[in-house]
Design a protein. Structure first.
Lengths: 119, 145
């Protein structure tokens, strides 16, 4: 079973996640800081995208969000705001979901594995 | 190749309802056990439940203090987050009112094509000593040239 979900980080996602998480790196909130780091625009926090991937894996498996037991991902590229992010989840076993995320053809999350409790 | 796990960095995080609700709003979590105290209690929890990925919040300060410590050899402006692993204790979901202490240590570092891959390990425990989650955070540090 393959499951696809498109999420749209909005203009305030970087600021909102910074506030909620304590990840105050200015490359997520300030245009100048993003440019200084060689980025085209402020980028979404990787862990915001990982949270989307985890939610998608849970939904794809029809699991309880509290059944999340283990998650492993590689962060391969950045995601900018106001551009759709496509998340793919393949349920390979009842307790195992493989996940990835891309934006405009760029890999953002690669080799994601999520393990869910089945009991 | 070099292994040095002796040095540890610690942070203490007090989980509040406001922090859980703010996190859920920021990432779009809508499960009522994460967003409504009444629903959490009706489901048998003592207070609002934190989504498992909230581990990225309560463990972050220990990771940040390690990365910003000049003795860690990690230069934050040259560093990107390259990988993440979490394992949760399903018998101990984190609730509002919990106090979570996280210890972070460098577990491995190796060079790969001009980059240095530094692996940090975290372990997060409640005040009663129960481990709620473990993490492995891969920092990719670019060369100085």
């Amino acid at each position: 079973v393959t499951f696809e979900r498109v999420v749209l980080p909005d203009a305030d996602t970087g600021r909102g996640y910074a506030c909620a998480s304590g990840d105050t790196n200015p490359i997520h909130t300030e245009v100048d800081a993003a440019h200084a780091a060689g980025l085209p625009a402020p980028i979404v926090q990787g862990m915001w995208t990982v949270a989307q991937v985890a939610q998608t894996a849970v939904a794809a498996a029809g699991a309880d969000p509290l059944a999340l037991e283990e998650l492993r991902v590689e962060l391969r590229g950045y995601a900018v705001m106001e551009e759709p992010l496509t998340i793919r989840a393949a349920v390979v076993r009842p307790d195992t979901v493989e996940v990835s995320a891309e934006q405009a053809g760029r890999r953002v999350i690669h080799n994601g594995h999520v393990r869910l409790a089945t009991s | 190749m070099e292994k040095r796990a002796e040095r540890r960095w610690q942070s203490v995080y007090e989980v509040t309802r406001e922090a859980i609700l703010g996190y859920c709003g920021a990432v779009g979590e809508t499960d009522p056990r994460f967003t409504s105290v009444d629903a959490a209690r009706a489901a048998g929890f003592a207070d609002l439940v934190a989504p498992p990925m909230f581990a990225a919040v309560y463990a972050l300060a220990a990771v940040n203090s390690l990365q910003h410590d000049p003795t860690s050899g990690i230069d934050p402006p040259r560093t990107v987050h390259g990988g993440q692993w979490f394992k949760w204790n399903r018998d101990a979901p984190v609730l509002a009112g919990d106090r979570i202490t996280t210890l972070a240590a460098i577990s491995n570092r190796r060079s790969k094509g001009g980059l240095e891959l530094v692996e940090l390990e975290t372990i997060s425990r409640r005040d009663d000593g129960v481990c709620v989650s473990r993490g492995r955070w891969t920092a990719i540090v670019r060369g100085t040239s």
